[in-house]
Design a protein around this ligand. Structure first.
Ligand SMILES: *Cc1c(COP(=O)(O)O)cnc(C)c1O
Length: 343
């Protein structure tokens, strides 16, 4: 296939395919039955991620939706309420799992590009000892924030929310589907996250480039309970070490390079800024570029069709919004091609 014929897929960082060395690592993995806790590669991945985030234990699952929803169920006894941002993935894009699986109420707060403050969370906590209310049990944060355009939390804001949660006896969960993007962009240390959060969901199938999988990390007791919930949801898998090996490979080879994705996202935003048909851009902090079209000049449908005609795929993101995502399978030459096409 010629370079011109190569499709440039900016729809999501989930579209990456495993590279030959990643596939080689997968094929070479020692495996066993993970329901019997006999898969050494799964165990190695779970231990590696737990250690990396300063936690005791990990649980490898097929998807980030599963790790998030297992964590929410585990944190929420009956009649609980979850506090989260109004466009959080756990609320918006997980099929209503908070209602269906955890049967919990949700307090939705408007964020600054998806970010909440401790003051907002505090104001949302239900008064105790009042028979009318559900009990506020859990706060869910998302870092980076997807709908917020890959925005990152400042460490001081995370600390303030964690201090409040501790003082109020609330559990704190992090949807860290793109936590490595946040770490690389801000210079924060993964090990410090374990001090603030009770559970963290980390996706291997996004920017890290593994074909499948997410890992939930937390205390040993918490993860033990989560393992039963995973079985309940049909996520008890067997020789999953072949997939875990891709995650281990990704942790070793594909973290530092996220900085390249961030640089390329900034280049795309730079190219979009002067265009007359672009009304607004959420300035990229990581690998997501979300922007709004002036549909009097160019409709989203038209824009996407014109890109498609040049071999470039992107996603409509609701209303007049479009999302570009940079990832492992988007290189500098492709960014140059996209910039030319935009003009
Ligand atoms: C992708 C994503 C998830 C999990 O998605 P799966 O497709 O279920 O793995 C969770 N949270 C955020 C913010 C995401 O972007």
């Amino acid at each position: 296939m010629s370079a011109e014929a190569t499709i440039i897929d900016l729809r999501s960082d989930t579209v990456t395919r495993p590279t030959p060395p990643m596939l080689a690592a997968m094929l070479a993995a020692p495996v066993g039955d993970d329901v019997y806790e006999e898969d050494p590669t799964v165990r190695q991945l779970e231990e590696a991620l737990a250690a990396r985030f300063g936690m005791e234990a990990g649980l490898f699952c097929p998807s980030g939706t599963m790790t998030n929803q297992i964590a929410i169920q585990a944190h929420c006894p009956p009649l609980s309420e979850v506090v989260c941002e109004a466009t959080a993935h756990v609320y918006l894009w997980e099929v209503g799992g908070i209602a269906h699986l955890a049967r919990a109420s949700v307090a939705l707060l408007p964020g600054d590009r998806g970010r909440l403050t401790a003051g907002q969370v505090e104001a949302a906590i239900r008064p105790a000892n009042n028979v009318h209310y559900p009990t506020t049990r859990l706060v869910c944060l998302e870092n980076t924030h997807n709908r917020g355009g890959g925005s990152c939390y400042a460490w001081s804001d995370l600390e303030a929310i964690a201090a409040l949660a501790k003082q109020q006896g609330l559990a704190l969960h992090l949807d860290g589907a793109r936590i490595f993007n946040a770490l690389v962009a801000t210079g924060q240390r993964s090990e410090d996250y374990g001090r603030l959060f009770d559970s963290i969901s980390v996706c291997l199938s996004k920017g890290l480039g593994a074909p499948v999988g997410s890992v939930l990390v937390g205390s040993a007791d918490f993860i033990k309970g989560c393992k039963r919930l995973r079985k309940l949801m049909g996520g008890g898998w067997r020789q999953a070490g072949y997939l875990a090996a891709a995650g281990l490979y990704a942790l070793e080879h594909n973290v530092a390079r996220l900085a390249d994705d961030h640089r390329r996202a900034a280049q795309l935003a730079e190219a979009l800024r002067p265009l007359p048909y672009v009304a607004e851009i959420l300035e990229p902090e990581t690998n997501l570029v979300i922007f709004r079209l002036d549909e009097n000049r160019l409709t989203v449908a038209d824009f996407l069709a014109r890109l498609e005609a040049q071999g470039i795929k992107a996603s409509g993101f609701g209303g007049s919004w479009v999302r570009f995502v940079t990832h492992l399978d988007v290189d500098d030459a492709m960014v140059t091609r996209v910039v030319a096409a935009l003009g």
